[in-house]
Design a protein around this ligand. Structure first.
Ligand code: ZN
Length: 349
């Protein structure tokens, strides 16, 4: 089968690989739609170290091609959504409530990290019954593929931020993950949603997805503006969805005592992330900092799909480009350069 791989740091290409083998609890999926993620670019740049001929990609949906003898909930021909994170549900981390970290820090994230990813004609799913969900009839593959990471991660950003009903929230950056945090903030009952972004298209989408105020950080100081918009109080909750030291610091600076800072940004550069000491109440202002990796699992996927089925959001507004699998290298290049107002490139198989 054909696969799109990271040959080594900063080099990609196509190669022929064996179709993956199916263990008793596993499934093999024939890929139908996939999305390229900024995390794939981080991986290629060496953020998680050197990899050789590793198939890239972790966001995909497809048709079940094969299931193992112990798989009970799926059969060949089923249309399924597979979480970007596929935990080992019997692991210590999963039993302790952090399934995404099963097997060690971030190790529930297997695709294009510890095993071949989904940018191939077929891909493998461990613990298929626990890690995938049937796509409801009324939900398209093009929409369902957003459940795998962008919705699950973005929604976790706002869920973890513990936004009170009628509360205020600031969301730093409106890339695809930040945009999904904005949707979730609205669904969770925030009364005032302030987002921070400078790209005009993303500003437009942010408003469509529920932002009440978008602060353009290129034109004004986001901390000053957010304090103004909250009568000097700060927000109940802040979501960091960028992965920059500066926006992480700003998220803490605008959060009021007793509030929560939720980090879902991928901090891929630098040695440290800094906490502004005074605004953090010298460590005693009851400001909690919560971190997370995309939640995976069949229940999570089912819930994301249920939101799509109920018409609560349309994630396909974020699809800025579409490429056939043969041209995925061009989609990848766009994600690296962020040219042509790219938000999410959809790959069709
Ligand atoms: Zn992703």
């Amino acid at each position: 089968m054909k696969a799109f791989v990271m040959k080594r740091i900063d080099e990609v290409g196509f190669m022929e690989k064996e179709k993956p083998a199916c263990g008793p609890n596993d499934a093999i999926i024939r890929t139908t739609k996939a999305l390229v993620c900024t995390s794939d670019v981080h991986t290629l740049q060496g953020a998680i170290g050197e990899r050789t001929d590793l198939t890239l990609g972790h966001e995909a949906v497809g048709i079940v091609d094969e299931v193992g003898s112990e798989v009970k909930c799926f059969k060949p021909g089923d249309r399924v959504c597979v979480g970007a994170i596929t935990p080992d549900w019997g692991s210590c981390a999963a039993q302790c409530g952090a399934p995404s970290q099963s097997g060690g820090a971030l190790a529930g994230w297997k695709y294009s990290n510890c095993k071949d990813g989904v940018f191939a004609e077929y891909f493998h799913v461990n613990e298929a019954d626990a890690n995938m969900a049937l796509i409801p009839e009324g939900v398209s593959d093009e929409a369902a593929v957003y459940c795998t990471d962008m919705m699950s991660t973005g929604f976790a950003g706002s869920e973890n931020a513990r936004i009170p009903l009628g509360g205020t929230v600031a969301i730093f950056a409106q890339g695809p993950v930040g945009l999904m945090s904005t949707v979730a903030a609205r669904l969770l009952g925030a009364a005032k949603i302030i987002t921070v972004e400078t790209d005009p298209q993303r500003i437009e989408l942010s408003k469509k997805y529920g932002a009440d105020h978008v602060v353009d950080f290129a034109k004004e100081d986001p901390v000053k503006k957010i304090m103004e918009l909250t009568d000097g109080e700060g927000v109940d909750s802040a979501v960091e969805a960028l992965g920059f030291d500066i926006s992480f610091q700003q998220a803490i600076k605008v959060t009021k005592p007793g509030g929560t800072v939720s980090n879902i940004g991928y901090h891929g550069e630098g040695e440290f992330v800094h906490i502004p000491r005074e605004e953090w109440g010298v460590g005693m202002a009851n400001i909690d900092i919560i971190t997370d990796l995309c939640p995976g699992g069949s229940v999570r996927m089912k819930r994301m799909l249920a939101l799509l089925e109920a018409g609560r959001l349309d994630p396909t507004l974020m699809t800025s480009h579409t490429f056939p699998f043969d041209e995925i290298d061009e989609a990848f290049r766009l994600m690296q350069t962020k040219e042509d107002n790219v938000i999410k490139p959809l790959i069709t198989f």
